[in-house]
Design a protein around this ligand. Structure first.
Ligand SMILES: C[S@@+](CC[C@H](N)C(=O)[O-])C[C@H]1O[C@@H](n2cnc3c(N)ncnc32)[C@H](O)[C@@H]1O
Length: 339
């Protein structure tokens, strides 16, 4: 058998869960942080992380074999470019994301992907008897890891969005479901004449508050709590919705869009930031993220045509899709006349 034997290739894919779990453990133990100042023996890393040395060695050598660490002859390990991304302070660090994928709610739900595929229902709901939002509220430790994972992803994505789209022409930016406010903060720092409104659920706004208001941005930024199923703040020149619609099915997404549409003036702009599903046989990241949305929320990533239809039903005309250097694209839309 050669290295390109299809059955070997397939076995690698089948065993992908082992790599995921090994990365989760490495991230949880903070191994990359231990190696960031230079190579160390497995023993030193094990002692620093509180792990069982011979077992940690086996984890490190397995991850070195897939390029995350580098093993030298004397069982010393160092970081590769991939391993560097697992350090806590790396730009766009993936450490918290790797911590999150192994949490009970996430890992345990993927165990029931088959249920989602057979029923169209959320595997998380099937597994834990509640929706993902309630589950995380009931498990604050997992919520904290989830929030930090999303903030880590957002850091890279926010910068990429800003590079691809000019927000400086807008006086008032409303970030709908803006989470901890990272994107809004990035926009306002780059656009000194703009002001912003961060809109999210009460408990999220409560925890986002200080980070935004304690800086000079505080004077240009308003925090408003509420639900995008009821009303969103009026008066914005641009309404941003980053990774919101992929959490919801079409019917619910249309309701969210209509709530926004009601708050918007006819000249305001809607900027949706989401992955756009690529053509057949390409771009697996978006297609697996789509499965993740199915598992967690019975929701989905969408193609450009699906966004066009969704926006139309929500009262908007899609005008442009702008790719960014992150997995997210910028989908621009204008309100359609309601007459
Ligand atoms: C996937 S996160 C995206 C957060 C942020 N836009 C980002 O890109 O990091 C989805 C956000 O929607 C918010 N959300 C969920 N339901 C909401 C509701 N009914 N009203 C307002 N925000 C809501 C969540 O609190 C969360 O911050």
């Amino acid at each position: 058998m050669t290295a390109t034997d299809p059955s070997i290739e397939l076995m690698r894919l089948i065993n992908g869960y082992q790599v995921s779990q090994a990365l989760h453990v490495a991230a949880t133990l903070g191994i990359a942080d231990q190696l960031k100042d230079g190579p160390k023996s497995y023993d030193a890393v094990a002692h620093a992380c509180g792990a069982h040395p011979p077992s940690l060695y086996r984890l490190l050598r397995a991850l070195a074999a897939v390029g995350v660490f580098h093993e030298s002859g004397n069982k010393q390990f160092s970081l590769t470019p991939l391993g560097f991304c697992l350090t806590s302070d790396a730009p766009g660090s993936t450490r918290n994301y790797a911590r999150w994928i192994g949490q009970r709610g996430q890992w345990g739900s993927w165990r029931n992907l088959l249920h989602s595929v057979n029923s169209g229902e959320s595997a998380l709901g099937f597994t834990y008897g509640t929706d993902a939002w309630t589950y995380r509220m009931q498990h604050p430790d997992e919520q904290a890891v989830f929030d930090s994972a999303m903030t880590g992803n957002s850091r890279t994505e926010a910068q990429a969005v800003l590079e691809a789209y000019d927000f400086s022409r807008f006086e008032c930016v409303v970030d709908v479901g803006g989470g901890q406010g990272l994107l809004l903060k990035t926009i306002l720092l780059a656009c000194p004449r703009s002001r912003g409104i961060l809109f999210d659920q009460r408990q999220v706004i409560a925890s986002a508050g200080e980070a935004l208001t304690s800086t000079e941005l505080g004077q240009r930024c308003q925090l408003i709590a509420g639900s995008f199923f009821e009303t969103v703040p009026a008066g914005g020149d641009v309404y941003v919705m980053k990774v919101i619609l992929h959490d919801w099915d079409d019917r619910t997404s249309i309701n969210i869009l209509r709530t926004c549409r009601r708050a918007m003036s006819p000249t305001a702009t809607l900027v949706v930031v989401e992955r756009v599903i690529g053509p057949p046989n390409e771009m697996p990241e978006g297609k697996f993220s789509d499965l993740n949305m199915m598992v967690q929320y019975a929701a989905m990533e969408r193609t450009s045509q699906e966004f066009d239809d969704l926006l139309k039903n929500g009262g908007f005309k899609m005008t442009e899709i702008i790719p960014t250097r992150s997995p997210q694209s910028i989908i621009v839309a204008q309100p359609m006349s309601t007459e």
